[in-house]
Design a binder for this molecule. Sequence first.
Ligand code: 5GP
Ligand code: ZN
Length: 147
Amino acid sequence: MSSDCIFCKIVRKELPASVVREDTATLAFMDIRPMNPGHVLVVSKAHAAYLEELPPGGAGPIFEAAREIARALRRSGIRCQAVSMYLANGREAGQEVSHVHLHMIPRFADDGFGLRVTPGYGRVEGREELDASAAKIRAGLSASGGR
Ligand code: 5GP
Ligand code: ZN
C-alpha cells in the first residue's frame, strides 16, 4: 500500500470508482477517461509500480480477471467487437499512474485507436541478433532464478 497512490486509494475505497470486479488480489474499475466507452482498468490490490515488482504469482490474477472481463465486455451491450489490452510498464512506455494496471479497451472497426510503431519497424531481424537478444534476456532470468 502506498498512502498517496490514487489506485491504492481506490482499492481502499477512499476514492470513488465504478467497480466491475473484485477478488482478493485484484480490483477492476472503469477508467475515468475512457479511450472508448467500457474502458476498464484491472489493478493489483498490492501496490507495485511495475509488473516485475509484484511478488511471484502476483501477476497471474490480473490476467485471470482480464479473461473474465473480456468475455463480459463482449456480452455487455457496450460496443465491443474486440478488446485491446495494454500495460504501460514504466514512464517511457506511457505509464502515468505508478501502480500496475492493465487497460482493457473495447474495440470496433475504425474506432481510431492505434499504437504508433518505431521508425524502421518491419525489418525481419537476423537469427544472430535474435539469438543474442534471447541470450541476454535468459541471463537476466537466471540471475533472478526466474523469479
Ligand atoms: P497509464 O497512462 O498510467 O497507463 O494509465 C492511467 C489511466 O488511469 C489513464 O487512462 C487515466 O484515465 C486513469 N485514471 C487516472 N486517474 C484516475 C482516477 O482517479 N480514477 C480512475 N477511474 N481512472 C483514473
Ligand atoms: Zn498504489
